[in-house]
Ligand binder design. Structure first.
Ligand SMILES: Cc1cc2nc3c(=O)[nH]c(=O)nc-3n(C[C@H](O)[C@H](O)[C@H](O)COP(=O)(O)OP(=O)(O)OC[C@H]3O[C@@H](n4cnc5c(N)ncnc54)[C@H](O)[C@@H]3O)c2cc1C
Length: 317
């Protein structure tokens, strides 16, 4: 955001609307790898009304300058030293969970329930809710950090299940400030991605409707064990972004990275995890350039030595 006058106008309007914002923020606080440049402006809408105001204000005050959106920042890396475009964070956004419907009135084993989860709610909170109320279907959230908005955008999950399998509909706000509810049939999920029929360009996810089924506490706990076991092979206690690369056809990215010799390889404070080579961890003081150095070198070596083009799963800004 270069124009000082335009920025001043926007900040005044944000104050008038009572919308929280911060200037000159260190984005390492907003990304789970704890490294990143500084953002000129980050805004924290709490609900749809504030989000629509932000959309309208950026349109009028900044001539529609593009914004970056983040949920929990567990898959987003701010590589640039300075981020000029405004960032919209869902950190303080609606984190409610509401039970919308029971397909049958009497909730018995096997009957289905739809939850409406505000985009700011964490997947771990939804999993805890499901455990408490004996609902099955979202056990795969175990060990996947971040918000439900981010999870829908990334079609988060694993080979056992992805969020696509339980999403019934989503609420969105477009960059024109228009609210819509999009039914499952119009959501085109793919590997760590989603497209919406009839919507071009960016949009904000404000809620997700998730279909779960009634089961027993012991069954939910038993199902979670599968994911606990899978997650024991990942460096969960470390600062990371989860898997850096998407799996290319025919081989897991982790195995490929290991085979081309990068397991344990480090640059500055960043290291390719010894536990899972598709994770880069910040051992302390990693600079964005250290992380980018590892990403670029892995990409180059995979292409040169194996002819495989790796694509990042993480969003790099
Ligand atoms: C230790 C660890 C383990 C992980 N394991 C897994 C795993 O097993 N499976 C898996 O799939 N992922 C995994 N991840 C990655 C990450 O947790 C998921 O992708 C998660 O769903 C991202 O959610 P987030 O809110 O943090 O998204 P962010 O990183 O904040 O954003 C991701 C993308 O979603 C967009 N976005 C976020 N919120 C919204 C919104 N409300 N509206 C529109 N767009 C939005 C952002 O613009 C960005 O493009 C892991 C990450 C870590 C750190």
């Amino acid at each position: 955001m270069v124009d000082v006058k335009m920025k001043k106008n926007l900040l005044n309007e944000l104050k008038n609307f009572g919308i929280e914002f911060l200037e000159n923020q260190d984005m390492s606080f907003y990304s789970s790898i704890k490294a990143g440049g500084r953002a000129d402006l980050i805004m924290f809408p709490k609900n749809e009304a504030e989000l629509v105001s932000i959309v309208n204000l950026t349109k009028t005050c900044l001539c529609g300058c593009r914004c970056y959106v983040i949920g929990g920042g567990t898959n987003t890396f701010f590589k640039e030293e300075r981020i000029f475009a405004p960032v919209i964070s869902f950190k303080k956004f609606d984190a409610s969970i509401l039970k919308i419907s029971d397909i049958s009135k009497k909730i018995e084993a096997g009957s289905e329930t739809v939850l409406r989860a505000g985009a700011g709610v964490s997947t771990s909170k939804i999993l805890n809710y499901a455990i408490k109320h004996n609902f099955g279907g979202c056990e795969f959230f175990y060990g996947i950090p971040g918000t439900v908005g981010g999870a829908v955008r990334m079609n988060a999950g694993s080979k056992e299940s992805v969020i696509e399998n339980i999403v019934e509909a989503i609420d969105i706000i477009t960059y024109d400030g228009i609210k819509s509810k999009i039914a499952k049939k119009d959501l085109k999920f793919s590997y760590r991605s989603i497209e919406i029929d009839g919507i071009e360009g960016n949009y904000f996810i404000t809620a997700a409707y998730l279909k779960l089924y009634k089961t027993s506490e012991s069954k939910v706990t038993e199902n979670i064990q599968i994911f606990k076991k899978r997650k024991s092979g990942q460096p969960l206690g470390e600062f990371s972004l989860g898997c850096i690369f998407k799996n290319p056809d025919g081989i897991s990215a982790g195995k490929l990275i290991e085979e081309i010799g990068f397991k344990g390889f480090s640059a500055g404070g960043a290291r390719v995890s010894e536990k899972h080579a598709n994770f880069i961890i910040n051992e302390g003081g990693a600079k964005p350039s250290d992380i980018m150095f590892l990403i670029k070198n892995i990409e180059e070596k995979a292409l040169i030595s194996r002819g495989i083009k790796l694509n990042t799963e993480i969003k790099i800004i």
